[in-house]
Design a protein around this ligand. Structure first.
Ligand SMILES: Cc1ncc(COP(=O)(O)O)c(C=O)c1O
Length: 447
């Protein structure tokens, strides 16, 4: 059995003197909602983080291959982002948008400069669920139509509206949340009707959206929402020309196109700053969260001034959205991405790791598919390559072994059969080699 070595780091974690994981777990059981789930048989407690690494209470270091669920974009406690937050915290913490404050306006200007086309009107909120909820409201208010088309295998959040557009039974409660929502076929080449070898896969999947418009709606819809790569669904990349065709059908039916960039934004896909750009489209509304704040509660809906006008006439308000502290931190995140060329690093590291994963696929039969872009990479595990039966238990076992070896990974897919790798975008080649070695060892130990 091999024990791959983590690349060295200069950071020394502080000695931990707080309560033990057992005590923390007991408090959690007593005072927190049991619906909140934990990873790992023996729950992990992380007490410190620096860039791509985190430390548990015993001082054991891990490469963070999930980045707080695709959220720590530029690195844990990045000094530039932390300094921006601390400086503002000491001066003036909370305002709301009823008064002017330079931070939120300047941040909006900077964020808008990253957007293509007429996407220049920002509305800041606190989470991805809130952003998607607001985007759906805008789509309905702007078009005067009600029907929304979303995709199977999508995850858009856990509040009422976004549970409705989410299409994973595992995340849906038995309440009437999807009123007016239709779910089209997931453009999922590995499992869907049209596979990787079909050049017409994109247009064929897109045609299902057209059929929903024709068969299941009045012919007039409010909009279409999709992640640019399905995240929770297991990092499913759409075939070429999928969104281009869908956007045409949606706009012809009076709808607007919403891109959920909560996981794919901010350079993570490597080749582009936004995931939708990989499909050659410009949406009408873009939602973003997670990586936008590198861990601070910040999210946004960016649209055109014309669509943004739909909120005027009624009162719409969000207490914390874009407060002076998170605006300063959000701006600092953009500065770091630019200064440290993190999009380019995502591209380089992503290509390197993907090549390594393809080699692992040749060696380990349990790997059915490897896919993704930049630092958003998935490994779909199957018991049998012909039947594609999901290897759920084995996937969980790989996560456990990798954790023991010093690597944190994520899970995804309807059956928890996809390993997800989405680390902070500052990882190095030495980290990538460590990841590949740990994965090889973890697959080998499955026997
Ligand atoms: C693509 C996508 N959209 C929306 C959300 C919801 O974001 P939040 O948990 O911040 O509400 C998530 C969360 O995982 C997500 O992955």
């Amino acid at each position: 059995m091999k024990t791959p070595a983590l690349p060295p780091t200069e950071h020394q974690p502080r000695p931990y003197t707080g309560p033990s994981p057992g005590d923390v777990l007991a408090l959690r059981k007593q005072f927190m909602n049991p619906g909140i789930f934990l990873y790992y048989k023996k729950p992990l407690m992380v007490v410190e983080g620096r860039m791509q690494y985190v430390w548990d209470e015993k001082g054991k270091r891990y490469l963070d291959g999930l980045g707080g669920i695709v959220t720590v974009s530029v690195g844990h406690c990045h000094p530039h982002v932390i300094a921006a937050g601390n400086k503002q915290n000491e001066l003036y913490q909370h305002s709301t948008t009823i008064y002017l404050h330079p931070n939120v306006s300047q941040y909006a200007e900077k964020l808008a400069s990253k957007m293509p086309g007429d996407l220049k009107a920002c509305y800041f909120v606190n989470s991805g669920s809130e952003a998607n909820d607001l985007a759906i409201l805008m789509a309905r208010a702007y078009t005067g139509n009600f029907d929304i088309i979303a995709l199977r295998n999508a995850y858009h959040g856990g509040n009422h509206a976004t549970m409705g557009v989410t299409a994973h039974g595992t995340w849906k409660y038995n309440i009437p949340q999807a009123f007016g929502v239709h779910h089209a076929l997931a453009p999922y080449p590995y499992r869907g009707i049209w596979g990787y070898d079909d050049p017409q896969a994109g247009p064929n999947y897109a045609n299902d959206v057209k059929e929903i418009i024709d068969y299941a709606s009045s012919g007039r819809i409010a909009g279409f929402i999709a992640e640019s790569i399905q995240g929770v669904g297991g990092f499913v990349e759409f075939p070429a020309d999928y969104l281009k065709n869908v956007y045409g059908y949606v706009r012809a039916a009076g709808g607007v196109c919403i891109a959920d960039e909560v996981q794919t934004g901010f350079g993570r896909t490597g080749t582009h700053f936004w995931g939708f750009e990989t499909q050659g489209v410009i949406p009408d509304i873009v939602t973003m969260a997670k990586g936008i704040g590198n861990g601070c509660p910040l999210a946004a809906v960016v649209t055109t001034h014309e669509i943004a006008q739909s909120l005027v006439g009624k009162v719409h308000f969000n207490t914390f959205g874009g407060n002076p502290v998170v605006s300063a931190m959000g701006k600092a995140v953009l500065e770091v991405i630019e200064k440290e060329n993190l999009q380019e690093n995502s591209h380089k590291m992503g290509e390197y790791i993907l090549a390594g994963l393809n080699k692992l696929k040749e060696k380990h039969k349990i790997i059915g598919d490897v896919r993704g872009k930049g630092l958003m990479l998935g490994i779909e595990m199957v018991k049998d390559r012909k039947t594609k039966e999901p290897a759920t238990a084995e996937c969980a076992q790989v996560l456990e072994t990798a954790r023991d070896l010093g690597l944190l990974l994520g899970k995804g897919g309807l059956r928890g059969q996809v390993i997800r790798f989405a680390p902070p975008m500052c990882i190095t080649k030495a980290d990538a080699d460590f990841l590949l070695e740990v994965l090889d060892e973890s697959f080998s130990r499955l026997g």
